[in-house]
Design a protein around this ligand. Structure first.
Ligand SMILES: [Zn+2]
Length: 467
């Protein structure tokens, strides 16, 4: 605020520039990691993650593109040139196949920012908007039709052909040129700017990488430790299959002031599982304990968990992954690990699941449960019902998740061995610290909850208790 009313030399513009760069890099990271293709969605999601609501801080597409190049130079130095070459060969093959429509290569494969998630995008020119689709049909190439609005008519770059049509074709390579997945987007050149998209069915499998199967792992007697009521929706199928006991760290009353515990208790019992410890702390109290450095209640909870593990002969512990998104989420793993050690059950299996991140399997994921269509529909319908009952904030978040990853992505329920590294933002901070800084600036919070100052002491107290 002070900086706005008393502009100093380079002050506000430098801040804004830094913020834009940070959002651009976070958007690039999201695009690379999760396969998100839409620049606008990546920017919005990155801004949300960084707790930035100022539209002026959103970077231009060119800035995100530059950040993508930097990311690739740093992290994919060896593999990227090969990948790009393979994609361009796929493009060439497709352009030959579609030569009747004068194809032009566009997008990430052309500008060199393509990654393993990228589709090959071609613009096709034709007087008949249905001709490219007809050709795919004749050759037995599967596709699916969608309608999409085209933001600008400038795709039609050749004025002499204003009455012709531009089609956009996306080919998603599986790494094998012969089995390239094809998606066709076509736009009729009417002033309605309606884009007709033909999208291939194989697109749905994006990100699966062939690692997913219906895994029949025996979990034995399981205990699920989650921070907020509502997280259990992510493991809807697994809970139904395994009937774990469930421990809630808080009542989820953070953003609304209203507990979500009753909603979750109903859901848990509907799935045939049981709540072992209900929302231990009201959300604001948990924050206050952390800020005050009051570690004793967390040690007591670990002790309670240890007793539960012993009494119930728990074989498998599953908890929220430490994604750096929320301190309550990140507390679940140290609590679970401490309790397992204190219970003196060295063979207990400890898994984590992503609460915020992409639900689809990634390298290193141990167990993937794939829901069939009806189970997925039930999960989606139940998620919407839960969100609607808990108010508009969660409804928006649930919708945002479906929009970002696609509903299909939630057919995967992935567990991985606990303890993967917490993702840090560029300056080594966790997301909740950056969001805290924003909220202190906007006057919503008095104090930023810091990892080193507030979270690490709890971790240390838990370790000391387990030792
Ligand atoms: Zn949460």
């Amino acid at each position: 605020m002070r900086e706005r009313s008393q502009p100093r030399h380079r002050g506000p513009s430098v801040n804004l520039r830094e913020l834009r760069a940070r959002i651009a890099h976070e958007a690039a990271r999201l695009m690379t990691d999760s396969g998100l293709r839409d620049y606008a969605a990546a920017k919005r999601k990155a801004a949300l993650r960084l707790g930035v609501s100022d539209e002026a801080a959103l970077p231009k597409n060119g800035e995100v593109e530059e950040a993508l190049r930097t990311h690739q130079r740093l992290f994919e130095r060896d593999a990227h040139p090969q990948l790009l070459r393979a994609l361009r060969e796929t493009a060439l093959e497709a352009m030959r196949f579609l030569s009747a429509f004068e194809p032009r290569l566009v997008g990430a494969v052309l500008d060199g920012t393509a990654d393993r998630h990228s589709a090959v995008c071609l613009h096709l020119f034709s007087d008949d908007p249905d001709a490219p689709a007809r050709l795919l049909g004749e050759r037995g190439i599967p596709y699916e039709a969608q309608q999409r609005r085209l933001p600008t008519p400038q795709l039609i770059s050749r004025s002499s052909r204003m009455m012709s049509c531009v089609s956009r074709l996306s080919i998603v390579s599986t790494g094998n040129r012969c089995s390239a997945r094809r998606a066709l987007h076509s736009k009729t050149c009417s002033d309605k700017q309606t884009k007709k998209t033909l999208n291939c069915a194989a697109n749905h499998a994006l990100g699966s990488g062939g690692k997913v199967g219906s895994v029949r792992t025996t979990f034995g007697r399981s205990l699920l430790v989650i921070a907020h009521p509502g997280h259990e929706l992510r493991l809807y199928g697994w809970i139904k299959q395994t009937s774990p006991q469930v421990v809630f760290l808080t009542d989820g009353s953070g953003s609304t002031g209203v507990s979500r515990f009753d909603l979750s208790r109903d859901l848990i019992s509907e799935l045939g599982a049981r709540v072992a410890i209900p929302g231990k702390f009201p959300e604001p109290e948990l924050y206050q304990l952390l800020l005050r450095g009051d570690t004793a209640p967390f040690v007591r909870l670990a002790d309670e968990l240890a007793a539960l593990i012993r009494d119930e002969n728990i074989d498998t512990l599953v908890c929220d992954a430490s994604e750096g998104y929320h301190p309550a989420h990140d507390l679940c793993l140290p609590l679970a690990r401490t309790a397992a050690r204190a219970a003196a059950r060295p063979n207990i299996r400890l898994y984590e699941y992503r609460v915020i991140g992409d639900p689809r399997p990634e390298e290193g994921d141990a167990i993937a449960l794939e829901l069939d269509t009806s189970a997925l529909q039930a999960k989606i319908e139940r998620s919407r019902r839960y969100a609607a009952a808990s108010g508009s904030v969660l409804s928006q978040e649930v919708q945002y998740m479906f929009d970002t990853f696609g509903e299909e992505a939630f057919s995967y329920e992935v567990l991985r061995p606990a303890g993967t590294e917490t993702p840090l933002l560029q300056d080594g901070l966790r997301y909740y610290e950056v969001r805290g800084e924003e909220r202190v600036r906007s006057g919503r919070y008095d104090k930023v909850l810091r990892y080193r100052e507030h979270f690490a002491p709890v971790q240390a107290a838990l370790e000391e208790y387990a030792a």
